[in-house]
Design a binder for this molecule. Structure first.
Ligand SMILES: NC(=O)c1ccc[n+]([C@@H]2O[C@H](COP(=O)([O-])OP(=O)(O)OC[C@H]3O[C@@H](n4cnc5c(N)ncnc54)[C@H](O)[C@@H]3O)[C@@H](O)[C@H]2O)c1
Ligand SMILES: O=C(O)C[C@H](O)C(=O)O
Length: 230
């Protein structure tokens, strides 16, 4: 099963929950975990637009688990302490739309092209690996709880006015031509304070970015179409 297979079940659930959010807590910050995130965030945006409660600064797709995986695999490969490691992950939250930027990883470590390719694929396939290992009994749970807690804590720090809170998250974006995209975002008192750019990319990452665009565009459109038609 892929995240897209979840669309038919989860699209309706997300739509009804977001309809309730616009009615009962229209100013809430919404952190969308339900898959496929690449489509459920656009569904939420359309529902909120229809209810005239859409605030693009308050709608986030939670991609923190991809960052947690990229950090863990990079630290493991290079013998680093994972708590010291950071790796931005951009794009979306499914397969090739998950693009870890190992060229920007800190602390900086030398990786061969083969190592970068293997770490990238491991990060992209991490969720599917867990789903397959659980064989029909669900997806990542403890690691998602950890990732969700990390992201929620950062949102709360931002809302409390703590400066310098930056997380990778899937938001309304002009970083690429795609209307939703995950990149580093500075979190603040109103939710999104600033969507940060991609920084310098390696040739491998530039190719990854181009390769994901058609898939991400189609997933976004699928969400928009569902929300408008149903
Ligand atoms: N973004 C990520 O990184 C990430 C990671 C892991 C899981 N996920 C996604 O999170 C979602 C939940 O995963 P899970 O493992 O917790 O699943 P789960 O089956 O354990 O939990 C789903 C919960 O939703 C409830 N539910 C079902 N229909 C509902 C409805 N109409 N209204 C309200 N609640 C309803 C169920 O009762 C259940 O408690 C899935 O879409 C999964 O793909 C995302
Ligand atoms: O792959 C999934 O369906 C689960 C989740 O999105 C994950 O990344 O673990």
């Amino acid at each position: 099963m892929t995240r897209d297979d979840l669309f038919n079940i989860n699209a309706g659930i997300v739509k009804s929950l977001c309809t309730a959010i616009s009615k009962h807590c229209p100013e809430a910050v919404v952190n969308m975990i339900s898959n496929p995130v690449n489509s459920t965030v656009p569904i939420a945006a359309e529902v909120f637009k229809k209810a005239s409660t859409y605030d693009s600064k308050k709608l986030f797709g939670v991609t923190t688990l991809d960052v947690v995986r990229a950090r863990t695999f990079y630290a493991g490969k290079k013998g680093l302490a994972v708590e010291d490691v950071d790796v931005p992950v951009v794009g979306g939250h499914a397969g090739i739309t998950i693009l870890p930027l190992f060229s920007q990883a800190t602390p900086k470590a030398t990786l061969t092209d083969e190592e970068i390719d293997a770490l990238t694929k491991r990060t992209q396939d991490g969720g599917t690996e867990v789903v397959q290992a659980k064989a029909g009994k669900g997806s990542a749970t403890l690691s998602m709880a950890y990732a969700g807690a990390l992201f929620a804590e950062s949102c709360l720090k931002g809302l409390n006015g703590e400066p310098g809170i930056v997380e990778c998250t899937y938001v309304a974006s002009t970083v690429t031509e795609l209307p939703f995209f995950s990149s580093k975002v500075r979190l603040g008192k109103d939710g999104v304070e600033e969507v940060l750019g991609l920084g310098a990319l390696s040739e491998y990452e530039k190719k990854g970015l181009e390769a994901m665009k058609a898939e991400l565009k189609a997933s976004i459109q699928k969400g928009v179409d569902f929300a408008k038609q149903s």
